[in-house]
Design a binder for this molecule. Structure first.
Ligand SMILES: [Zn+2]
Length: 64
C-alpha cells in the first residue's frame, strides 16, 4: 500500500517586486526576474555592474 502524500501547492499569483536594474555601461534596464533567469548576472553587453532603479512613485494629488 503506497501512501500518497499530497502537498497542496497554492498557485498564488507571484507578487512581483519588480526591481529593475540598469547596466552601468549601456544603461539597459533589466528586471530582477529576467536576471534570475540568467545563469549569471550579466548584461547583454557583457557588463556585470548594475544599479538598482527605483520605480517612480506615482502620487496622485488632487488639485482643488
Ligand atoms: Zn550593458
Amino acid at each position: 500500500m503506497a501512501e500518497e502524500i499530497t502537498e497542496e501547492i497554492e498557485e498564488t499569483p507571484v507578487e512581483t517586486f519588480d526591481v529593475n536594474y540598469a547596466c552601468l555601461r549601456c544603461g539597459t534596464i533589466v528586471s530582477n526576474t529576467e536576471l534570475s533567469r540568467l545563469p549569471e548576472i550579466k548584461c547583454i553587453c557583457g557588463f556585470r555592474v548594475f544599479t538598482k532603479v527605483r520605480p517612480p512613485v506615482v502620487k496622485t494629488v488632487k488639485a482643488i
